[in-house]
Design a binder for this molecule. Structure first.
Ligand code: G3H
Length: 477
């Protein structure tokens, strides 16, 4: 796509041979994005909303559903191109890119179905003797929607789609890594919805989004990314009490492998949890506590399983490991590993941490302790910190002290032990997985977190509620 004016060049994490050796391939551009352009987009969203009197917020539910159905149809026509762009832009494998596209379409379809049903049972009722009330669900206003690079389509759309369909108007800021893949869909948005409903904002988030918040004209912040950025954006808003936020943020999910665990199962689930999309998921397992009596056996099986993983380019068949997305990530992961080694840990698997430009072979680091970066920081990459524990109070204490509270995975074959662990964790995180990896899906279920991990809940129905308000029209008969 050609743009007038200065642009940001987008380089793929996938390296291509050049006369100067392997290089990141230039795959496209997007506008640098100025504050002036961002403000024009904001004014377009404000005008299209027009205090709830605009064409879109006033449109009947049936009308909005029709537009959304048209959008899904047009989106589906772009399937192959978008999947290709996901692979090139963020380095996700063909299988995972396909899954990301398809689950997004399913999410939209489920949203349409849920919308037809929401509030139906309680839509008209007698509130008091001779007074009939009707529930009206209406939009909130202008939404600033920002998604993450790791699920640039699926996660972004789990806020963007419900926000649109509830009648809000939007400012959409695509992720820095994951802008190009939206181009075919932006066209579909323009063709499916009235003018001003979806307004794209380009540029470095830090340069344009705080200014948008400072205007006080953003009614809802829908943000998936780091809590640091989310808090900064919220603080920029002059009327914090008027701002609603739907946030999905940091996480450092632990797996706990007790001495009663089926170690083979624990290993295969931990590999999926820790290394799917190279560990670049908020729902990834980012720390494994293993009972000291089974630690050696577990580490051996884990190392063997990692050695069988297949690195390759995103479109290679059967590939499990692909290039990491962010250019600075290999150096950051090395820093984490070096820090752990300086504090007494070892990389226990062959080739662990080996890098080749944007490739990082997974490293299993053992034994990790609280002095190390890997204990605290969300590495968001293919490094598996393993901590031996003696008493179950140790992983519980970790979760109590942690600023995060998204998910945990508990591995045990002892039913009594499992039920004794559900209660302590269910009050500390928002999803407890038993003998299974941490993950978000299926997307129709509630997705949230405690402490710094989230604000509000995303699922199909929760998201529809998050982007709307229920009002009562009470009529004396
Ligand atoms: O990073 C967050 C994604 O929504 C993860 O989804 O765990 O189902 O792959 P998933």
């Amino acid at each position: 796509k050609k743009w007038d004016g200065p642009v940001t060049e987008v380089y793929s994490p996938v390296l291509v041979p050049t006369p100067e050796g392997l290089k990141r391939k230039l795959i496209g551009t997007y506008p640098i994005g100025t504050e002036k352009e961002a403000n024009e987009a904001l004014e377009a969203a404000v005008a299209a909303y027009d205090n709830g009197r605009g064409e879109w917020p006033k449109m009947s539910l049936a009308g909005r559903i029709k537009c959304m159905e048209q959008f899904v149809y047009k989106m589906s026509e772009q399937r192959d191109l978008v999947i290709k762009l996901i692979m090139w832009e963020i380095g996700k494998s063909l299988a995972d890119s396909t899954k990301e596209f398809d689950r997004t379409v399913e999410y939209i379809t489920a949203t349409i179905d849920a919308l037809k049903d929401i509030d139906r049972q309680s839509s008209r009722f007698e509130i008091a003797e001779g007074v009939v009330a009707q529930i009206r669900r209406s939009p909130l206003g202008v939404v600033l929607c920002m998604g993450p690079f790791n699920y640039p389509l699926n996660e972004t759309f789990t806020t963007l789609i419900p926000a649109i369909i509830m009648g809000n108007t939007l400012l959409f800021k695509p992720p820095k890594h994951g802008t190009l893949l939206h181009y075919p869909l932006l066209k579909a948005f323009q063709e499916s919805f009235p003018k001003g409903v979806v307004n794209t904002v380009y540029g470095r988030g830090a340069n344009v989004t705080p200014g948008l918040m400072q205007t006080g004209k953003i009614d809802v912040l829908a943000f998936i990314g780091s809590s640091k950025v989310a808090n900064g954006l919220k603080k920029s808003h002059p009327k914090l009490n008027r701002l609603r936020s739907v946030l999905s943020l940091d996480a450092k999910n632990a797996a706990i492998v007790t001495k009663n665990a089926d170690l083979k199962l624990a290993v295969s689930e931990c590999i999926l949890g820790a290394l799917s999309f190279n560990g670049q998921r908020c729902t990834a397992i980012k720390l494994i506590f293993v009972h000291k009596d089974v630690a050696d056996d577990f580490n051996k099986l884990l190392s063997e399983a990692v050695s069988k993983l297949t690195p390759g380019l995103p479109w290679h068949k059967g590939v499990n490991l692909t290039p990491v997305t962010e250019p600075g990530k290999p150096a950051y992961l090395k820093e984490c590993i070096d820090d752990a080694i300086a504090h007494g840990a070892t990389v226990i698997n062959e080739n662990g941490g080996a890098t080749a430009e944007s490739f990082v072979f997974p490293a299993i680091v053992y034994p990790v302790n609280e002095k190390m970066k890997l204990y605290r920081e969300e590495q968001f990459g293919p490094v598996i910190p393993v901590i031996p524990y003696e008493s179950i109070e140790e992983p519980i204490a970790y979760q109590v002290d942690s600023p995060h509270g998204m998910q945990v995975s508990i591995f045990s074959n002892d039913a009594k032990e499992i039920s004794s662990l559900i209660d302590p964790f269910v009050t500390l995180v928002s999803r407890v997985n038993i003998n299974a990896q941490c993950q978000r899906g299926p997307d129709v279920f509630p997705f949230t977190g405690r402490k710094d991990s989230a604000e509000g809940t995303l699922s199909v129905t929760d998201a529809l509620r998050a982007f709307s308000i229920r009002s009562l029209v009470a009529t004396k008969m």
